[in-house]
Design a protein around this ligand. Structure first.
Ligand SMILES: Cc1ncc(COP(=O)(O)O)c(C=O)c1O
Length: 397
């Protein structure tokens, strides 16, 4: 479509709910790690739709699968099964070892599903409904997931916020232990906090949480909405730790750009859900599931777990080396292609300068530049990204 005569930002200001502070940019086309604005300017995209376009923009295999499915069958209700949904359920169960799957449309919905499953299991097993979540977490913007996230700034004016979440400092097992009462039914966390500033969990911490949940019959929920689907160099981030959750959420990278989320549960915990306990109209329709199957196929056929591991290791090592000449870099954190560069500077200003050099990145948690490129980003683009990041740090000294 040709939008060249349309003032998109004027429409945005007039008609879109003023929830996002937008850049003065409108995009029209993407391919791989590149994206073009309506004026035809080309950018390298290391934000990837906030860790969504794991196989790159408009991957031809994903586009083809969507197109084929769109001509065959896009939507039925969940009163019936479809081939794409069943094959995707089977594939995810296989990959994760979590036997039960439910599809929704977003990360927040997946997290809502996880909360419901955990509470239902707890209610059937003599424990209370409260969930311990972590400080600095992010689980979404619905009322329950805002409560799970626990940030006051996201709650202002939205009372009553659902009850039942208690927050412990991240990576502090003793703090979790001290909060345990019979009222607690589960523990929910991101194996690597994304929005909170790319904070990986410690190995011992996850092991202790797993052992404790087993001992107390608590549900351990990993929110892998951002870390899942190859982002960290493994299909799921918890594989780095060898610690398996009872319930796991997925979204973002799962659809390669189409809105799909999933909550997975072990047979033991998932079987607490009864007929009629949960539902969705759109969730897991044939169109999005066909896209997801194509995404998972591309990750396998293009060896993207290895690509993410190798490229991420290269970038992290370059960034570590750069610390010598750039004292503004205080820490480099992450796994695979989920990297946070902590600065003494305002990360937003640095990201603004990167944009002037035609690289799309993102600032999170105030001082952290977040790099979450497509897993198949060419080395050449990654090298340019590094150059531009360092140049932008210098410019903001
Ligand atoms: C770990 C995590 N959980 C949940 C969400 C919410 O996902 P969505 O924006 O698709 O609702 C996000 C989004 O950034 C996330 O990073």
């Amino acid at each position: 479509m040709d939008y060249s005569s349309v003032d998109l930002h004027n429409i945005d200001q007039k008609h879109y709910l003023p929830t996002f502070k937008r850049y003065p940019l409108a995009f029209k086309k993407g391919l791989g790690s590149r994206i073009w604005d309506v004026e035809g300017n080309e950018y390298i995209d290391v934000l990837a739709g906030i860790a969504v376009n794991n196989v790159g923009h408009c991957h031809p295999k994903v586009a083809e699968a969507i197109s084929k499915q769109a001509h065959e069958l896009m939507h039925i209700s969940n009163f019936y099964v479809s081939e794409p949904q069943m094959l995707l359920a089977q594939k995810l169960a296989h990959l994760s070892g979590l036997e039960r799957v439910f599809f929704g449309n977003s990360g927040a919905e997946a997290a809502e599903g996880a909360i419901k499953i955990a509470r239902k299991y707890a209610s059937k097993n003599g424990r209370g409904p409260k969930i311990i979540a972590m400080k600095n977490a992010f689980h979404g913007r619905t009322l329950a997931t805002v409560a799970a996230t626990g940030k006051k700034a996201m709650m202002n004016g939205f009372d009553p916020i659902p009850e039942g979440f208690i927050h412990a400092p991240f990576n502090d097992f003793e703090a979790v232990k001290n909060l345990i009462t019979d009222e607690i039914g589960g523990i929910m966390l991101e194996p690597i906090q994304g929005e909170g500033g790319i904070n990986p969990a410690d190995q011992e911490y996850l092991e202790q949480l797993r052992a404790f949940c087993d001992e107390q019959n608590l549900v351990l929920v990993f929110d892998e909405v951002q870390t899942g689907i190859g982002r960290t160099g493994k299909m799921f981030a918890h594989e780095h730790y060898g610690v398996k959750p009872d319930v796991m959420t997925l979204a973002k990278g799962l659809g390669g750009g189409v809105p799909v989320g999933a909550v997975l549960a072990s047979e033991k915990v998932g079987s607490a859900i009864d007929w009629g306990d949960h539902g969705t109209t759109f969730g897991g329709n044939p169109l999005v599931c066909a896209a997801s199957l194509a995404v998972l196929g591309v990750i396998e056929s293009e060896n993207l777990l290895q690509e993410a591991t190798e490229k991420g290791a290269w970038l992290m090592s370059e960034l570590h080396d750069a610390k010598e000449d750039f004292p503004e870099i205080t820490e480099v954190r992450g796994k695979g292609l989920m990297i946070g560069v902590e600065l003494t500077l305002d990360a937003k200003a640095v990201v603004g300068t990167m944009l002037e050099h035609k690289v799309l990145a993102n600032a999170t948690a105030g001082h952290v530049v977040r790099l979450v490129p497509p897993l198949n980003i060419p080395m050449e683009d990654l090298k340019t990204t590094l150059e531009v990041l360092l140049k932008s740090i210098k410019a903001n000294r």
